[in-house]
Ligand binder design. Structure first.
Ligand code: ACM
Length: 267
């Protein structure tokens, strides 16, 4: 199975141009699963609620999801991509990710652990950590950026049977890429972290995004890591069947050896 990322620098507020960049970048790519950054179509640093409102879309009816669905069908691939979501039924905004495939819309995830000023702009995700069956015997999970800081997020996805954790990010801290080796190892899952590059100066903030998009295999083996600035599509071969194997040796099993009755204060 071929999985990959498109690491690039979205331009703030230029939704059509950002989607067009993705369409062009993926036009020749041969892959089964591609992950795009968090908020790939809008950019990251919002300055007002009005701006959030104008850049957020309903999922799946909105233009961005519809174009991603067309792209997924044309390219015969599953795409996981972060975007700002407007939910008209609740009149709320979420930092979300969609999962679309060759046959259409598969599902969405709303970021559970919001970072910094995201708490001003978005509601906390209300759908929970969720897995999606993208093919017979092939289950993926989605978490978004800062969710990585909470090991319970990846663990929950792994315990639900996710073989691949898709991880759209807009990382500004330098810790995540290395930490994801451990998230893969401790859960025996493949992780695909799609970060952005470039910088944004808005709302009295100056953020530089750290790139380093990567795919990590089940024993924490780095399949590739992009550099801190390059805009690039990268794809690698993985075997998701490896992620079904949770045995470390004849005496140790990653999940069966857990002793939740002794994990105080987790709730
Ligand atoms: C982040 O969660 N975008 C740092």
């Amino acid at each position: 199975m071929r999985v990959g990322v498109f690491q690039f620098a979205p331009e703030f507020g230029q939704v059509d141009a950002n989607i067009a960049r993705v369409e062009a970048a993926l036009a020749e790519v041969e892959a089964d699963l591609m992950v795009l950054p968090e908020l790939f179509n809008s950019g990251y640093l919002f300055e007002s609620k009005a701006e959030v409102r104008s850049l957020s879309e309903e999922i799946p009816q909105g233009n961005t999801t519809q174009r991603l669905m067309r792209l997924a069908a044309e390219r015969n691939m599953v795409i996981v991509a972060g975007l700002p979501e407007y939910d008209s039924s609740q009149d709320k905004f979420f930092n979300s990710a969609v999962v679309v495939g060759p046959t259409g819309y598969i599902g969405k995830y709303r970021k559970t652990h919001l970072f910094y000023k995201e708490k001003v702009w978005f509601g906390p995700g209300d759908l929970g950590l969720t897995v999606f069956d993208i093919a017979p015997g092939l289950r993926i999970g989605v978490m978004i950026c800062f969710d990585w800081f909470f090991p319970e997020a990846a663990r929950s996805l792994a315990l639900q049977g996710a073989q691949i954790i898709c991880h759209p990010t807009n990382l500004v801290l330098p810790y995540c890429q290395q930490a994801m080796l451990t998230r893969s190892l401790e859960n025996s899952v493949i992780t695909v972290t799609a970060n952005r590059v470039g910088s944004e100066q808005r709302d009295n903030e100056d953020l530089r995004f750290t790139g380093g998009s990567q795919v990590v295999d089940v024993r924490g083996e780095l399949k590739f890591r992009l550099d801190e600035q390059e805009e690039k599509v990268a794809v690698t071969e993985v075997d998701p069947a490896r992620a079904l194997e949770k045995t470390l040796n004849i005496h140790n099993h990653l999940f069966n050896d857990r002793r939740p009755e002794f994990y105080r204060n987790l709730f």
